[in-house]
Design a protein around this ligand. Structure first.
Ligand code: SF4
Ligand code: SF4
Length: 384
Protein backbone atom coordinates (compact mmCIF):
# COMPACT_ATOMS: atom_id res chain seq x y z
CA UNK A 1 0.00 0.00 0.00
CA UNK A 2 1.13 3.59 -0.62
CA UNK A 3 1.17 6.23 2.14
CA UNK A 4 -2.37 7.30 1.22
CA UNK A 5 -3.71 3.72 1.38
CA UNK A 6 -3.78 2.94 -2.37
CA UNK A 7 -2.28 -0.25 -3.77
CA UNK A 8 1.31 0.11 -4.93
CA UNK A 9 1.64 -0.71 -8.62
CA UNK A 10 3.75 -3.72 -9.49
CA UNK A 11 7.00 -3.22 -11.39
CA UNK A 12 8.46 -6.42 -12.77
CA UNK A 13 12.22 -6.69 -13.05
CA UNK A 14 14.67 -9.13 -14.52
CA UNK A 15 18.41 -8.61 -14.18
CA UNK A 16 20.98 -8.45 -16.97
CA UNK A 17 23.35 -10.59 -14.89
CA UNK A 18 23.71 -14.11 -16.32
CA UNK A 19 24.95 -17.09 -14.32
CA UNK A 20 24.90 -20.08 -16.69
CA UNK A 21 25.61 -20.87 -20.33
CA UNK A 22 21.94 -21.32 -20.99
CA UNK A 23 19.63 -19.24 -23.20
CA UNK A 24 17.05 -19.30 -20.40
CA UNK A 25 19.51 -17.44 -18.17
CA UNK A 26 20.36 -14.84 -20.81
CA UNK A 27 18.59 -11.49 -20.59
CA UNK A 28 16.70 -12.29 -23.80
CA UNK A 29 15.63 -15.65 -22.39
CA UNK A 30 14.51 -14.12 -19.10
CA UNK A 31 12.68 -11.31 -20.90
CA UNK A 32 10.86 -13.95 -22.96
CA UNK A 33 9.86 -15.78 -19.79
CA UNK A 34 8.83 -12.54 -18.04
CA UNK A 35 6.69 -11.57 -21.05
CA UNK A 36 4.98 -14.96 -20.88
CA UNK A 37 4.07 -14.38 -17.23
CA UNK A 38 3.23 -10.64 -17.42
CA UNK A 39 -0.55 -9.94 -17.59
CA UNK A 40 -0.30 -8.41 -21.08
CA UNK A 41 -3.78 -9.73 -21.90
CA UNK A 42 -5.32 -7.41 -19.29
CA UNK A 43 -4.16 -4.44 -21.39
CA UNK A 44 -4.37 -5.72 -24.95
CA UNK A 45 -7.44 -7.44 -26.41
CA UNK A 46 -7.85 -9.78 -29.37
CA UNK A 47 -8.01 -8.01 -32.75
CA UNK A 48 -6.66 -4.73 -31.38
CA UNK A 49 -4.16 -2.94 -33.62
CA UNK A 50 -1.35 -2.12 -31.20
CA UNK A 51 1.61 0.25 -31.61
CA UNK A 52 4.86 -1.01 -30.13
CA UNK A 53 6.52 2.36 -29.57
CA UNK A 54 10.32 2.33 -29.74
CA UNK A 55 13.03 4.86 -30.66
CA UNK A 56 14.69 4.07 -33.99
CA UNK A 57 17.91 5.89 -33.00
CA UNK A 58 20.00 8.02 -35.33
CA UNK A 59 22.73 7.40 -37.89
CA UNK A 60 25.35 7.40 -35.14
CA UNK A 61 23.16 6.38 -32.17
CA UNK A 62 22.99 2.60 -32.34
CA UNK A 63 22.58 1.67 -28.67
CA UNK A 64 18.80 1.53 -28.92
CA UNK A 65 16.78 -1.55 -27.90
CA UNK A 66 18.06 -4.55 -29.84
CA UNK A 67 15.61 -5.98 -32.39
CA UNK A 68 15.30 -9.48 -30.78
CA UNK A 69 13.65 -7.89 -27.70
CA UNK A 70 11.16 -6.05 -29.92
CA UNK A 71 10.50 -9.25 -31.90
CA UNK A 72 9.65 -11.06 -28.66
CA UNK A 73 7.15 -8.32 -27.75
CA UNK A 74 5.59 -8.55 -31.22
CA UNK A 75 5.27 -12.35 -30.83
CA UNK A 76 3.68 -11.98 -27.37
CA UNK A 77 1.09 -9.53 -28.74
CA UNK A 78 0.34 -11.80 -31.70
CA UNK A 79 -0.18 -14.73 -29.32
CA UNK A 80 -3.04 -12.68 -27.79
CA UNK A 81 -4.65 -12.31 -31.22
CA UNK A 82 -3.64 -8.64 -31.48
CA UNK A 83 -2.14 -6.97 -34.57
CA UNK A 84 1.04 -5.15 -33.49
CA UNK A 85 3.02 -2.66 -35.54
CA UNK A 86 6.36 -1.14 -34.54
CA UNK A 87 6.51 2.62 -34.64
CA UNK A 88 8.23 5.89 -33.80
CA UNK A 89 7.34 9.46 -34.64
CA UNK A 90 9.44 11.41 -37.15
CA UNK A 91 12.65 12.93 -35.77
CA UNK A 92 14.25 13.88 -39.07
CA UNK A 93 13.00 13.67 -42.65
CA UNK A 94 10.63 10.68 -42.57
CA UNK A 95 12.10 8.75 -45.49
CA UNK A 96 15.60 9.08 -43.96
CA UNK A 97 14.33 7.95 -40.57
CA UNK A 98 12.82 4.78 -42.07
CA UNK A 99 16.21 4.03 -43.67
CA UNK A 100 17.86 4.40 -40.25
CA UNK A 101 15.26 2.08 -38.73
CA UNK A 102 15.86 -0.51 -41.42
CA UNK A 103 19.65 -0.34 -40.98
CA UNK A 104 19.22 -0.80 -37.22
CA UNK A 105 17.27 -3.99 -37.88
CA UNK A 106 13.83 -2.53 -37.21
CA UNK A 107 12.05 -4.02 -40.20
CA UNK A 108 9.25 -6.48 -40.81
CA UNK A 109 11.47 -9.45 -41.58
CA UNK A 110 13.38 -9.10 -38.27
CA UNK A 111 10.49 -8.04 -36.04
CA UNK A 112 7.51 -9.91 -37.51
CA UNK A 113 5.37 -6.77 -37.75
CA UNK A 114 5.17 -3.73 -40.03
CA UNK A 115 7.35 -0.72 -39.15
CA UNK A 116 5.51 2.59 -39.53
CA UNK A 117 5.98 6.26 -38.74
CA UNK A 118 3.31 7.19 -36.17
CA UNK A 119 2.90 10.70 -37.60
CA UNK A 120 3.33 9.72 -41.25
CA UNK A 121 6.16 10.08 -43.75
CA UNK A 122 5.97 13.91 -43.50
CA UNK A 123 5.80 13.95 -39.69
CA UNK A 124 2.59 15.97 -39.70
CA UNK A 125 -0.21 13.40 -39.33
CA UNK A 126 -1.63 14.20 -35.91
CA UNK A 127 -4.68 15.00 -33.77
CA UNK A 128 -4.97 18.11 -31.56
CA UNK A 129 -5.57 17.72 -27.83
CA UNK A 130 -5.42 20.08 -24.87
CA UNK A 131 -2.28 19.20 -22.87
CA UNK A 132 -2.78 21.98 -20.31
CA UNK A 133 -0.02 24.14 -18.85
CA UNK A 134 2.73 24.86 -19.76
CA UNK A 135 2.39 23.62 -23.37
CA UNK A 136 -1.31 24.16 -24.22
CA UNK A 137 -2.63 22.55 -27.39
CA UNK A 138 -0.46 19.67 -28.61
CA UNK A 139 -0.77 17.35 -31.60
CA UNK A 140 -0.53 13.64 -30.85
CA UNK A 141 0.79 11.35 -33.61
CA UNK A 142 -2.32 9.82 -35.22
CA UNK A 143 -1.25 6.18 -35.06
CA UNK A 144 -0.80 6.57 -31.30
CA UNK A 145 -3.84 8.78 -30.68
CA UNK A 146 -6.19 6.37 -32.49
CA UNK A 147 -4.80 3.13 -31.04
CA UNK A 148 -6.86 1.26 -28.41
CA UNK A 149 -3.77 0.06 -26.52
CA UNK A 150 0.00 0.48 -26.72
CA UNK A 151 3.32 -0.96 -25.59
CA UNK A 152 6.12 1.55 -24.92
CA UNK A 153 9.63 0.04 -24.98
CA UNK A 154 12.09 2.67 -23.72
CA UNK A 155 15.88 2.66 -23.78
CA UNK A 156 16.92 4.37 -20.54
CA UNK A 157 19.78 6.85 -20.95
CA UNK A 158 20.77 10.41 -20.08
CA UNK A 159 19.34 13.58 -21.60
CA UNK A 160 20.85 17.04 -21.74
CA UNK A 161 17.71 18.88 -20.61
CA UNK A 162 15.78 16.23 -18.67
CA UNK A 163 18.66 14.52 -16.84
CA UNK A 164 17.47 11.08 -17.91
CA UNK A 165 15.03 9.64 -20.42
CA UNK A 166 12.72 6.73 -19.64
CA UNK A 167 9.01 6.01 -20.07
CA UNK A 168 7.67 9.52 -19.33
CA UNK A 169 10.05 11.31 -21.66
CA UNK A 170 9.42 8.67 -24.32
CA UNK A 171 5.64 9.20 -24.08
CA UNK A 172 6.07 12.97 -24.23
CA UNK A 173 8.67 13.41 -26.93
CA UNK A 174 7.74 10.31 -28.91
CA UNK A 175 3.97 10.59 -28.68
CA UNK A 176 3.74 14.23 -29.76
CA UNK A 177 4.10 14.98 -33.46
CA UNK A 178 7.22 16.90 -34.51
CA UNK A 179 5.73 18.91 -37.31
CA UNK A 180 1.91 19.26 -37.04
CA UNK A 181 0.02 20.00 -40.23
CA UNK A 182 -2.13 22.61 -38.47
CA UNK A 183 -0.62 25.02 -35.99
CA UNK A 184 3.11 24.72 -36.66
CA UNK A 185 5.88 24.01 -34.20
CA UNK A 186 4.04 25.41 -31.17
CA UNK A 187 1.64 22.46 -31.22
CA UNK A 188 4.46 19.94 -31.68
CA UNK A 189 7.14 18.46 -29.47
CA UNK A 190 9.43 21.46 -30.02
CA UNK A 191 7.08 23.43 -27.79
CA UNK A 192 8.58 21.71 -24.74
CA UNK A 193 12.16 22.40 -25.88
CA UNK A 194 11.47 26.04 -26.67
CA UNK A 195 9.00 26.93 -23.92
CA UNK A 196 10.82 30.22 -23.35
CA UNK A 197 12.15 30.99 -26.82
CA UNK A 198 10.96 31.01 -30.38
CA UNK A 199 13.92 29.99 -32.53
CA UNK A 200 17.67 29.28 -32.12
CA UNK A 201 19.46 32.58 -31.66
CA UNK A 202 22.86 33.03 -33.38
CA UNK A 203 25.42 34.97 -31.34
CA UNK A 204 27.46 36.05 -34.40
CA UNK A 205 30.99 35.29 -35.64
CA UNK A 206 32.91 35.00 -33.36
CA UNK A 207 32.03 32.99 -31.29
CA UNK A 208 30.63 31.15 -34.35
CA UNK A 209 33.48 29.71 -36.40
CA UNK A 210 31.19 28.97 -39.38
CA UNK A 211 32.16 25.31 -39.05
CA UNK A 212 28.83 24.06 -40.46
CA UNK A 213 28.19 21.46 -37.73
CA UNK A 214 24.73 22.86 -36.98
CA UNK A 215 23.84 22.82 -40.67
CA UNK A 216 24.79 19.14 -40.91
CA UNK A 217 22.79 18.22 -37.78
CA UNK A 218 19.58 20.06 -38.69
CA UNK A 219 16.93 17.44 -39.60
CA UNK A 220 14.96 20.02 -41.59
CA UNK A 221 17.80 21.61 -43.58
CA UNK A 222 16.57 24.85 -42.02
CA UNK A 223 20.02 26.41 -41.45
CA UNK A 224 21.94 28.33 -44.11
CA UNK A 225 25.51 29.60 -43.72
CA UNK A 226 26.49 32.02 -46.49
CA UNK A 227 28.70 35.11 -46.74
CA UNK A 228 29.87 34.65 -43.13
CA UNK A 229 26.31 34.88 -41.86
CA UNK A 230 24.02 32.30 -40.28
CA UNK A 231 20.27 32.14 -40.82
CA UNK A 232 17.41 29.81 -40.00
CA UNK A 233 14.16 29.39 -41.93
CA UNK A 234 10.57 28.92 -40.75
CA UNK A 235 10.98 25.18 -41.42
CA UNK A 236 12.72 24.95 -38.02
CA UNK A 237 10.67 22.61 -35.81
CA UNK A 238 12.56 23.56 -32.63
CA UNK A 239 14.28 20.24 -31.90
CA UNK A 240 17.27 22.03 -30.34
CA UNK A 241 19.77 19.68 -32.01
CA UNK A 242 21.79 22.51 -33.56
CA UNK A 243 22.23 24.17 -30.14
CA UNK A 244 23.49 20.94 -28.56
CA UNK A 245 25.79 20.14 -31.48
CA UNK A 246 27.48 23.57 -31.78
CA UNK A 247 31.07 23.21 -30.50
CA UNK A 248 31.41 26.99 -29.96
CA UNK A 249 28.22 27.58 -27.95
CA UNK A 250 27.30 30.09 -30.62
CA UNK A 251 23.61 29.20 -30.63
CA UNK A 252 21.28 29.89 -27.80
CA UNK A 253 17.70 29.80 -26.63
CA UNK A 254 16.53 30.69 -23.13
CA UNK A 255 16.01 27.51 -21.11
CA UNK A 256 14.29 26.64 -17.88
CA UNK A 257 14.89 23.00 -16.96
CA UNK A 258 12.10 22.98 -14.38
CA UNK A 259 9.63 24.24 -16.97
CA UNK A 260 10.89 21.66 -19.48
CA UNK A 261 10.26 18.85 -17.00
CA UNK A 262 6.73 20.18 -16.35
CA UNK A 263 6.20 20.32 -20.12
CA UNK A 264 7.33 16.69 -20.47
CA UNK A 265 4.88 15.58 -17.77
CA UNK A 266 2.03 17.53 -19.41
CA UNK A 267 2.77 16.04 -22.84
CA UNK A 268 3.05 12.52 -21.39
CA UNK A 269 -0.29 12.94 -19.58
CA UNK A 270 -1.92 14.18 -22.79
CA UNK A 271 -0.75 11.05 -24.64
CA UNK A 272 -1.95 8.79 -21.81
CA UNK A 273 -5.41 10.42 -21.83
CA UNK A 274 -5.94 9.08 -25.35
CA UNK A 275 -6.00 5.53 -23.86
CA UNK A 276 -8.35 3.86 -21.39
CA UNK A 277 -7.09 2.94 -17.91
CA UNK A 278 -4.50 0.17 -17.91
CA UNK A 279 -4.28 0.05 -21.73
CA UNK A 280 -0.60 1.01 -21.97
CA UNK A 281 2.26 -1.29 -20.95
CA UNK A 282 5.80 -0.04 -20.35
CA UNK A 283 9.12 -1.86 -20.67
CA UNK A 284 12.25 0.06 -19.65
CA UNK A 285 15.58 -1.33 -20.85
CA UNK A 286 18.42 -0.38 -18.52
CA UNK A 287 21.16 -1.39 -20.94
CA UNK A 288 23.98 0.51 -22.68
CA UNK A 289 22.97 3.64 -20.78
CA UNK A 290 24.88 6.40 -22.49
CA UNK A 291 24.81 9.99 -21.20
CA UNK A 292 22.88 11.47 -24.14
CA UNK A 293 19.61 10.99 -25.96
CA UNK A 294 19.38 8.55 -28.89
CA UNK A 295 18.21 11.48 -31.07
CA UNK A 296 21.75 12.85 -31.17
CA UNK A 297 23.93 11.59 -34.01
CA UNK A 298 26.43 9.78 -31.77
CA UNK A 299 26.56 7.25 -29.01
CA UNK A 300 28.98 7.62 -26.15
CA UNK A 301 30.24 4.74 -24.01
CA UNK A 302 27.73 3.75 -21.31
CA UNK A 303 28.04 5.57 -17.97
CA UNK A 304 26.43 2.89 -15.82
CA UNK A 305 26.68 -0.91 -15.74
CA UNK A 306 23.85 -2.83 -17.49
CA UNK A 307 21.01 -3.45 -15.04
CA UNK A 308 18.17 -5.34 -16.78
CA UNK A 309 14.58 -4.83 -17.91
CA UNK A 310 11.58 -3.45 -16.01
CA UNK A 311 7.92 -3.84 -16.98
CA UNK A 312 4.73 -2.36 -15.60
CA UNK A 313 1.56 -0.46 -16.36
CA UNK A 314 2.42 2.70 -14.43
CA UNK A 315 4.96 4.95 -16.18
CA UNK A 316 5.79 6.88 -13.01
CA UNK A 317 6.46 3.68 -11.07
CA UNK A 318 8.51 2.17 -13.92
CA UNK A 319 10.64 5.33 -14.19
CA UNK A 320 10.99 5.68 -10.40
CA UNK A 321 12.16 2.05 -10.18
CA UNK A 322 14.57 2.65 -13.09
CA UNK A 323 16.14 5.64 -11.36
CA UNK A 324 16.42 3.71 -8.10
CA UNK A 325 18.21 0.80 -9.82
CA UNK A 326 20.49 3.13 -11.80
CA UNK A 327 21.45 4.82 -8.51
CA UNK A 328 22.70 1.45 -7.19
CA UNK A 329 24.50 0.38 -10.39
CA UNK A 330 28.30 0.76 -10.61
CA UNK A 331 29.50 3.76 -12.63
CA UNK A 332 31.78 2.78 -15.52
CA UNK A 333 35.35 4.05 -15.62
CA UNK A 334 36.39 5.71 -18.86
CA UNK A 335 32.89 7.06 -19.43
CA UNK A 336 31.49 10.51 -18.66
CA UNK A 337 30.95 9.15 -15.16
CA UNK A 338 34.65 9.94 -14.61
CA UNK A 339 33.68 13.61 -14.60
CA UNK A 340 31.72 12.96 -11.42
CA UNK A 341 34.93 12.30 -9.44
CA UNK A 342 34.13 11.22 -5.89
CA UNK A 343 30.40 11.41 -6.59
CA UNK A 344 28.24 9.80 -3.94
CA UNK A 345 24.85 10.91 -5.19
CA UNK A 346 21.93 8.87 -6.40
CA UNK A 347 21.29 10.31 -9.85
CA UNK A 348 24.38 9.99 -12.07
CA UNK A 349 22.65 11.17 -15.27
CA UNK A 350 21.25 14.19 -13.45
CA UNK A 351 24.70 14.84 -12.00
CA UNK A 352 26.44 15.00 -15.40
CA UNK A 353 23.67 17.21 -16.81
CA UNK A 354 23.53 19.42 -13.67
CA UNK A 355 19.85 18.85 -12.90
CA UNK A 356 17.63 16.33 -11.17
CA UNK A 357 16.25 13.49 -13.32
CA UNK A 358 13.40 13.20 -10.83
CA UNK A 359 11.70 16.46 -11.89
CA UNK A 360 9.70 14.95 -14.78
CA UNK A 361 8.79 11.87 -12.68
CA UNK A 362 7.55 13.94 -9.74
CA UNK A 363 5.63 16.34 -11.99
CA UNK A 364 4.00 13.35 -13.75
CA UNK A 365 2.98 11.92 -10.36
CA UNK A 366 1.44 15.30 -9.45
CA UNK A 367 -0.61 15.15 -12.67
CA UNK A 368 -1.99 11.75 -11.60
CA UNK A 369 -0.02 9.75 -14.16
CA UNK A 370 1.12 7.21 -11.60
CA UNK A 371 2.71 6.42 -8.28
CA UNK A 372 6.20 7.14 -6.97
CA UNK A 373 5.76 4.16 -4.67
CA UNK A 374 5.73 0.69 -6.20
CA UNK A 375 6.30 -2.98 -5.48
CA UNK A 376 9.37 -4.39 -7.25
CA UNK A 377 8.79 -8.00 -8.31
CA UNK A 378 12.10 -9.57 -9.24
CA UNK A 379 11.55 -12.22 -11.84
CA UNK A 380 13.40 -15.37 -10.80
CA UNK A 381 16.32 -16.78 -12.76
CA UNK A 382 14.77 -19.20 -15.21
CA UNK A 383 17.65 -21.70 -15.13
CA UNK A 384 17.86 -22.20 -11.37
S1 SF4 B 1 27.86 24.76 -35.24
FE1 SF4 B 1 28.11 26.68 -34.08
S2 SF4 B 1 30.14 27.41 -34.67
FE2 SF4 B 1 29.55 25.90 -36.22
S3 SF4 B 1 28.49 27.09 -37.83
FE3 SF4 B 1 26.91 26.43 -36.44
S4 SF4 B 1 26.67 28.11 -34.98
FE4 SF4 B 1 28.63 28.42 -36.01
S1 SF4 C 1 16.22 23.66 -33.74
FE1 SF4 C 1 18.06 23.80 -35.03
S2 SF4 C 1 18.43 21.67 -35.72
FE2 SF4 C 1 16.31 21.75 -34.95
S3 SF4 C 1 15.05 22.17 -36.77
FE3 SF4 C 1 15.54 24.16 -35.83
S4 SF4 C 1 17.36 24.87 -36.89
FE4 SF4 C 1 17.18 22.68 -37.32
Amino acid sequence: MTRDGAHRPAVWFTTARAHRFDYRDSLLGRFEKMLGAFPLGESVAEEEVVPVKIHFGSRGAIQTIRPPFVALMVAALKSLGAHPFVTDSVRMLGHEYLEIANRAGYNQSALGAPVLLADGIFGNDSIEVDAGEPVGTQCIASAIHDAPSMVVMSHVKGHIQAGFGGAIKHLAMGGVCSHPRCGGWEKGRGRAHFTLGTIPNWKGAPPCTLCGTCERHCPMAAITIARRAWSVSDDCWRCGRCISACPAQALHTPKDDGLFQRALAAQAAAVMRTFGPGKVVFANFLLEMQPECDCMDICDVPMVQNVGVLMGKDPVAVDAASLALVAKAPLLKGSRADALGAYEGRDPFGAVHLKSSWGQVERAAELGLGSLEYELLEFPFAAR
